[in-house]
Ligand binder design. Sequence first.
Ligand SMILES: [Zn+2]
Length: 372
Amino acid sequence: MAAGRGGRCPGHGGAALRAAAAGARGLGTACLRRCLPLCRLARRAAAALMALAGPLLFRVGYSLYARTRLGYLFYQRQVKKARERYPHGHSAPQPCCFPGMKILPIPVLSNNYSYLVIDTGSGQAAVIDPSDPLAVQAAIEEEGVMLEAIFCTHKHWDHSGGNAVLRQRHGSCKVYGSTLDAIPELTNPLADREKVRVGCLTFEALATPGHTVGHMVYVLDGGPFGGPPCLFSGDLLFLAGCGRLFEGSPETMLASLDVAVGLGEDTLLWPGHEYALECLTFASLLELDNPALEQKLQWVTQQRQEKRSTVRLGGVFPCLQPPPPAPRRVPHPLVGMLHPNTLLHGGCYRGRGCWKGGDHGSLLGVLPLAGV
Ligand SMILES: [Zn+2]
């Protein structure tokens, strides 16, 4: 019976099941129809929240780093870790000598550079952005020079963290920078275009806000030594990259980059970070047919494989091509290796292009905003 009922029932049971399934499908579809707008709404709300929360969290983190003691503690930890990881520095130092003047890059932290600039005639010296005071002091002792000045491009600890210790050690040493940035131990505030002499060295301060509100770069006059101008660019400009816009609009940053671009084409670039490989790799993803870019990337890759720095050569590297036809922004060896099309691609970055979330952004992300 059971089997007979069972034998009969499958037909009826199947129909019932199909009906139930269809009902359920109908119910499911109706439910889905009702839920879909809600789901979409929820998704949009979540996306909006994320869009709001991301920058908010970033602002909070940045404020803690730049304005509180937590930032200093974080910097000290970074210094300690970098000393352990790179006991001889992240790159091999390559001094640059002219008659009467020497520039010594000092690799510090994981990718920063401080620079010791020496008037070899008098033994007077200045340092730009001394982040690790021990590394800078070691260079001072090795060179046997007197530290007369610290030029600070901006307040971030990885550029200014060594000011206090070096000031304690070198009592007559002055600290130069902008009052708009809270530069530790600042003794001599500088205005835009103000010049400072250290022995026979003459530095000109140029206000270049954007990365921070009081960011300054320093141009060393190489003329008296038969050399080109030297731009110590801090976090304004790297080789094929620029600093992240922490405290300025894209327009402000562009105006500052124009200051650098306005320098002579023989200007040597001494940036605050070793970011060339990242910058050029990123650029090469966007621009596939640029021999100058490709050649530069090959050179930089080779340099970095040998742990050699890419600073100094940024402004005069011979592979740089003449400006592409009818560019809408003025090209320059410091930045001009990129084709205007790449700059166009960069438009979507809206001045915040950044591929590692670090202290640097893509130049591509900034340049287009001036109407390229
Ligand atoms: Zn910075």
